[in-house]
Ligand binder design. Structure first.
Ligand SMILES: Cc1cc2nc3c(=O)[nH]c(=O)nc-3n(C[C@H](O)[C@H](O)[C@H](O)COP(=O)(O)OP(=O)(O)OC[C@H]3O[C@@H](n4cnc5c(N)ncnc54)[C@H](O)[C@@H]3O)c2cc1C
Length: 272
């Protein structure tokens, strides 16, 4: 969203060994840490993040293929994973084209689009526990939900293994193109945002209720409910996190009062 203050320290471990040292040290010294993907689902508060922010996008982004299985490290972008799969003549990841995060963020959020979720093509996830031990969990042993994966708070996703299928490259590219066009048509991609702010409640798409409440274009300071997609809040330029958060709270209150629906946040608010 391009809002929020600085981190005390930002660390870029180059591999799992270095990451292990970092989190063991943090644990010993009682330093809190936050794992940051590309930050595309985050609203960082204005005073920033105390403790360490650990980012895997510099060193931990290897990718390899074995038949119809692709293994990708958490710091790789989801976009690169999808592109790699297409180049290799595999299908299954196209719906995720255009989701702007990392593989780790995608798994942590169980990212999804067009009726598909990342867990649908997942074989297993490799995780680092809080003491640095590395474990692999098959999909059946993991608890995914709508936009979430339940793991203990200080566990870190290191990589995912995805089971894909052989597919005709032209057809795969066609699907990617049409998803991409739908995104451009429906989403306000010219402004910083965090994607959908709220999860869709059981009563129907969050954007529909927000639009019906007449909130498209409603703004607090430089934060505005997008007039293209009502479930997006965009930063018009110099928004403060505080404005984005007040706008989120305003929308929640209004939808509850007018429709009796409690919206649940998809974005994560972090920092102080
Ligand atoms: C324009 C736009 C469109 C979007 N469209 C979609 C969409 O169609 N579908 C969808 O699902 N989302 C969408 N999003 C939201 C977002 O891109 C996804 O949630 C994405 O998966 C987040 O990835 P990230 O790397 O940016 O994670 P971040 O935002 O950095 O982090 C998200 C959460 O994951 C945790 N996390 C990240 N990496 C790890 C790791 N390695 N181990 C443990 N925890 C980790 C973080 O601590 C945080 O809690 C959109 C966002 C934007 C801005």
């Amino acid at each position: 969203m391009k809002v929020g203050g600085p981190a005390d320290s930002l660390l870029f471990p180059k591999d799992a060994d270095e990451l292990k040292k970092v989190i063991r040290f943090a644990r010993r010294k009682k330093i809190p840490f936050l794992i940051l993907g590309k930050g595309t689902n985050l609203v960082v508060r204005d005073k920033g993040v105390r403790g360490w922010v650990i980012n895997l996008t510099q060193g931990m982004k290897k990718i390899k293929i074995d038949g119809e299985m692709i293994e990708a490290e958490a710091g790789l972008s989801l976009q690169q994973l999808v592109q790699f799969s297409i180049q290799k003549g595999l299908t299954g990841l196209e719906p995720f084209y255009g989701i702007p995060g990392t593989v780790g963020g995608g798994l942590a959020m169980n990212a999804g689009a067009w009726g598909a979720e990342l867990k649908d093509v997942l074989l297993s996830v490799t995780l680092m526990k809080e003491d640095g031990e590395i474990v692999e969990r098959s999909r059946s042993r993991l608890r995914f939900s709508y936009r979430g994966l339940v793991i203990p708070p200080s566990w870190i996703i290191l990589k995912g293994r995805f089971q894909l299928k052989k597919g005709k490259k032209e057809k795969t590219l066609e699907r990617v193109k049409s998803y991409s066009e739908m995104r451009k048509r429906k989403q306000p991609l010219d402004y910083p945002s965090a994607g959908s702010i709220f999860k869709n409640p059981k009563e129907g798409p969050a954007g529909k209720w927000i639009e019906e409440a007449g909130l498209k274009g409603f703004r607090i300071g430089q934060a505005m409910v997008s007039d293209r997609h009502a479930n997006f809040i965009i930063n018009l330029g110099k928004a403060k996190a505080e404005e984005v958060i007040r706008l989120m709270e305003f929308v929640e209150k209004k939808i509850y009062e007018e429709k009796g629906i409690s919206l649940e946040r998809e974005v994560k608010v972090v920092g102080e």
